[in-house]
Design a protein around this ligand. Sequence first.
Ligand code: HEM
Length: 470
Amino acid sequence: MSDATRLNPNARDKYRLPIYTLRLPGIRMYVINSASLLTTVQRQSKTVSFEPIKVKAAVTLSGSSKTANDIVQSYEYGGEGSGGYATALHRTLQAQLSPASDALHEMNRAAVDNIAAFVDKAQSRRGQTFALFEWIKHEVAITTTNSVYGPENPFKDPRVEESYWQFEPGIMYMLLGLPMLAKDSIKGRETIVEAFQRYYNKEGHTKGAGITRARYEFNAKNQIPPADIARFELGGNFAILTNIVPTAFWIVYHLYSDPELLEICRNEVSSVTTDSINASGRRVRTVDISTLQASCPTLMSTFQEVLRFRTVGTSVRLVMKDHVLEGSYLLKKNSLVMIPGPVQHSDKTIWGLNAGEFDYKRFLKPSRRAQTVAFRAFGGGASLCPGRHFAANVVLTFAAMLIMRYDIVPLGGTWKQATTKNAGGWEVTTKPDDDIDVQMDFRKDEDPDQIWAYSFSADCKAIHLTVEDS
Ligand code: HEM
C-alpha cells in the first residue's frame, strides 16, 4: 500500500484487535479495524454520527458568520451538535446526484463535452516535456468545475484555481483549531469566497448543474446570508476537486505504466467505438461513453483497484450518547470513532495475500460480500458518497479518451514508483509526492487525421462499487 497508509494497518497487524482506544489530551478515539464492527457502526448513524462532524468542519473551514452558524445549529434542525442541517442538505444533494435524476445525466453529459474538448486540446502538448500531475490537476479541475458551475465557473480564473490548491494544505490545522498555522490557506479561502460571491451576484448558479442550484436554493431558503452561501460552497469545491483530481492522475499512471494493461483497455474501449466517414471523407471514431462501465471490465476493475490501493482516507464519527457496540465495546459520549480506509483495503483475509500490491485484475472476479463491505473509497451507510456516479463518469471518460488518442511516456523511458508519504489527512485519495515529467504524442497505431467523437446510447446507470449499489 502507499506509504502514507502504513500507520493504521501496522497497529492492526501488531495487536489484531477489532477495535482499540487512543487517548489524546482532551479526546478519546476508538479506531475500528473489524469490517463487521464498521457495518454495525454504520447502522447506528444517529448514535455514532457524521452529521455534527460535517457541520463543525463546514463552520470551521469556511469562516462563516455567527448568523449563519446559528441557523445551521438551530432548534429547527435539532440544535447545536445534532447536525440536522447537514442531514437535510445531504438529502437535497443526494436527489440531484442519484442515477434516477435527470440532473446527474445533464452534469455527466456536460462533463463528457468538457473532457472531450480538453483531450482534443491536449494535442498542443505533443513534442513538449511537461509535469503529468500538474497537467491533470489543472485540466481535470477546470473540466469538472465547468460541468458543475457552468459558463460562469469561478475556477476559470487562474487566481481562484491556484487559491484552492493553496487552501487545501491548511485544512488539518484549521480543523485542529490552529488557524495561526494556516495563514496561506485562509488567504486562499478568502479569494475563493470573493469569487463565489461575484458568481452568485451575477446569478452564475442559475446556469450551473442541478447540485449547484439546489445547494444555493437550500441555503437561501434557510436564510443563510449571501456572503455565507459563498463560504459554505467551499464544501462543494472540496467534494468535487479534492479526490477526483488524484484519482484521475492515478488511473493514468497505472494504465500507461503497464503496457499489457494499456493494450487490454484500449481493446475494450475499441469494442464500444464505431467507425464512420464524414462528409469531407475523414474517418470518425465514435466512443459510446454510456457503455464504458458495462463493456470495459478491465478499465472498470483498474478504476476500482486505483481507489482501493490509493485510498488514504479515514471516516470520523462523533458518539452522541454512551453506547455498547455489539454488546461488548463501550463507546463513551463525545468520543470520536475513526474508520481508517487503508486498514480495510490492506486486509489480507479479505483481499488475499497480494493485498499490498496493485492488481488490475482484482475486481474482474465478482466481489465477495466481505470485499464489498470493506471497500471504503466512497465511505458507506448514511454518508455514502453521493457523488460516486459522477466521479466514476469523469474518471472513466477521461481515461478512455486519453488512452484511445495518445501515447504518454516518462522522460528517460521508465516509470518510477510513485509514493504518497505526504498525504495531508483531509483527503480520500492523495496526490503523488513527486511529479513525473512526461512526453505525449498521438498513438502510433492510429491515424492522426481521424476525428474522435463521443456518444451516449443510454443514460448512465448506477455504478456497482459499494455494498449499497448491489
Ligand atoms: C473519486 C472521487 C471521490 C471520492 C474518492 C469520494 C469519497 C467520499 C467519501 C469516502 C465520503 C464519505 C466520507 C465519510 O464517510 O467520512 C464522501 C462523502 C461525500 N461526497 Fe464524495 N468522493 C468523491 C467525489 C465526489 C464528488 C464528485 C462529489 C459531488 C459531486 C462528492 C460529494 C460528496 C458529498 C456531498 C459527501 C458527503 C456525504 C454526507 O453528507 O454524508 N464526492 N465522498
